[in-house]
Ligand binder design. Structure first.
Ligand SMILES: O=C(O)CCC(=O)C(=O)O
Ligand SMILES: [Fe+2]
Length: 621
């Protein structure tokens, strides 16, 4: 069985330093021969409560197997050095899987069909895309004393948008790191085993200094020149007093100033987060102890926090700016931290570990870390978005589909004629038949749904695949899977009572939305912020937005933060019946893409119909 190596090096070793980034990136995909414990893959689908029950039942058995597990864990880490060696070989083969193909020299406005034929990722069964999953897949650790080489500068690959980065973890947070590695060995989907056996979590790191050095990769924003490879500064030169001056390319200054913020509750009590308006405050959501909650906002906005059961006692207030978007409610002093239960202390440390990583990520990438460390890089493939207006063509069921890159930062692509007129009309009829209800937005770390007309004023309904006695939705799911280059079986719902459940889905039901005149969806992100206790860190990875009509005015889809040379309002897409918009909410380094923020402008006249198909990574929550 394949399992990724856990790359904590306790003794001075130069082997990892010699890896180039490609090797480093993939060397976790090593068969190190360690058997995982008995947890069946089918457990992946269990929800949190089911897992709790199962854990109670298995507690005795678990206690017995703990010693052998500990040995296994020890063995596992000892084999590290060997794993690295094997990995160097393995990476050559694995190279193409994790990395986007080397960008060919861009040819402006031409079809690049031959280089972009879709490779479908087919699996023997629908779980296979997770067989090698570990949460720590893309990090590795090394001896802090071995500074014989400066890893951060040595290994960046010109063909890759990912660059090696070094980060440091204070030793006080090492138990949290051990917990994540233990979760990998246990495949502990909700950390219930980790939290039950935390006294026995092995601590194998013999660290002699005050911090541990780790390595991972971060995504580098392509430069503005990269986005316009066909830009000719000489052709656009202008006359000045001293003669001809070439015009450098500059990114347009954006009028929209919004961004995502993430609030952390580093206290053992649940709290409520509020958005403070001039006259009233609105609940954004509840944040469970040691959990977080994110939302989209604008500079100068005030947020406040109260205990759940005392709305008058404000315990924190923040006026947000784009420079500081991860905000902590951290009321405990050292004594209070010591008084926490062991479970609470571990959860606290896990958040502190994430915070420490986030600082390093920000320094390197200049982006806020909105995911939870450790977060594996996305397993799903992404279409190459090397430059604006790049084109791809792929063939599906006997016809060509043309893709055009609308934006690189964020990654937005359009596919005209993805649906036929007849399919668009049939989907609208199906939705009307099902009945449309007031749209809601996700709120709180418990992810409850709330109506908020000031944000999203539309109506919607959900169309399940196959459950509508029609092959229409089924055909759309199949086509969407092929566009995303994913096995269409990953888009199937588990069949009720199927034992063992051979399927799980990474796609939500199709959501048909209707906007009437005046209705809109203000700038938001489609990704969600998963609990730090979820091993898979499930979140929305990509959105496929389908325009079902265009006989209305207004209602453009806007990416107000898209980087271009001249569009101050970002990229605006005029709805066209049958066109699909595909955009990614994640970056290749596992971070959420803050720039993926988007909106539906108000409809001015008539009614706008769209369908959303959300695809999750690495699986649906
Ligand atoms: O209607 C649109 O153009 C955007 C819809 C959207 O962003 C959503 O439903 O999440
Ligand atoms: Fe959206």
């Amino acid at each position: 069985m394949n399992h990724q190596s856990h790359d904590i090096i306790t003794e001075s070793s130069s082997s990892w330093e010699d890896l180039d980034p490609d090797e480093f990136l993939n060397h976790n995909k090593t068969d190190d021969g360690i058997d995982k414990n008995d947890k069946n893959d089918d457990d992946d689908e269990d929800d949190v409560n089911e897992n709790d029950d199962e854990n109670d039942e298995n507690e005795e058995e678990d206690n017995e197997s703990l010693t052998s597990w500990t040995q296994e864990f020890m063995e596992h880490w000892k084999q590290h050095a060997f794993a690295v060696l094997v990995a160097i070989v393995a990476t050559v083969a694995a190279h193409s899987y994790k990395k986007s193909p080397s960008p060919a020299v861009p040819v402006p406005y031409s079809s690049s069909s031959s280089s972009s034929a879709p490779t479908l990722h087919l699996y023997d069964d629908a779980h296979e895309h997770l067989h090698e999953y570990t949460r720590t897949a893309n990090i590795t650790f090394c001896d802090p004393f071995d500074s014989s080489k400066d890893s951060s500068s040595s290994s960046s690959s010109s063909s890759s948008s990912l660059k090696v980065m070094e980060f440091h973890i204070s030793n006080e947070f090492l138990p949290a790191l051990h917990a994540h590695y233990a979760a990998d060995v246990w495949q502990d989907v909700n950390y219930s085993r980790v939290l039950t056996f935390l006294e026995q979590l092995p601590s194998h790191l013999q660290i002699k200094s005050s911090s541990t050095r780790g390595l991972t990769h971060y995504y580098i924003d392509p430069s503005i020149e990269t986005l316009y490879p066909y830009y000719n500064p000489t052709a656009e030169a202008k006359m000045s007093a001293n003669g001809l001056e070439t015009k450098p390319l500059r990114a347009a200054h954006l009028t929209f100033t919004g961004f995502g913020v993430k609030f952390f509750n580093l206290s053992p009590k649940p709290v409520l987060l509020y958005w403070d308006g001039r006259e009233e405050r609105k609940v954004v959501g509840e944040i469970a102890p040691f959990e977080s909650l994110g939302t989209a906002t604008t500079p100068g906005q005030s947020f406040s926090m109260t205990p759940v059961y005392d709305a008058d006692q404000v315990v924190g207030r923040w006026v947000v700016t784009a420079d500081d978007v991860t905000l902590y409610f951290e009321p405990m002093n050292d004594d209070q931290i010591q008084q926490l239960t062991q479970q609470e202390r571990l959860l606290y440390q896990m958040q502190k570990l994430n915070q420490e990583f986030a600082k390093h990520y920000l320094i390197h990438s200049r982006r806020a870390w909105l995911s939870q460390f450790p977060r594996a890089f996305p397993l799903h493939p992404m279409w190459e978005t090397s430059y604006i207006h790049q084109k791809h063509v792929y063939r599906d069921e006997g016809r060509d589909y043309h893709i055009r890159v609308e934006s690189v930062l964020p990654k937005v692509l359009t596919i005209p004629d993805f649906l036929s007129d007849h399919e668009c009309e049939a989907l609208i009829q199906l939705a009307l038949h099902e009945g449309l209800r007031a749209s809601t937005v996700v709120a709180g770390s418990q992810r409850t749904m709330m109506r908020d007309v000031s944000t999203r004023s539309s109506d919607n309904t959900w169309l399940e695949r196959g459950n509508n006695a029609t092959s229409l939705t089924d055909a759309i799911y199949r086509r969407a899977a092929r566009l995303l280059r994913l096995d269409e079986r990953l888009f199937q719902k588990p069949v009720d009572d199927e034992v063992p459940a051979h399927r799980h889905s990474i796609a939500e039901s199709l959501q048909v939305v209707r906007y009437r005149a005046g209705e809109e969806y203000t700038a938001h992100h489609d990704f969600v912020y998963p609990s730090q206790q979820l091993w898979y860190q499930p979140t929305r990875f990509a959105t496929l937005l389908l325009y079902l009509n265009d006989d209305f005015e207004g209602g453009h889809t806007v990416f107000p933060r898209a980087v271009t040379r001249d569009l101050h309002d970002g990229v605006r897409i005029r709805p066209k019946k049958g066109t699909a918009v595909l955009f990614y909410s994640m970056l290749p380094d596992g971070n959420m893409d803050d720039r993926s923020q988007h909106a539906s402008e108000p409809v001015q006249l008539g009614e706008k119909f769209i369908a959303n198909l959300w695809v999750w990574e690495p699986l649906i929550n």
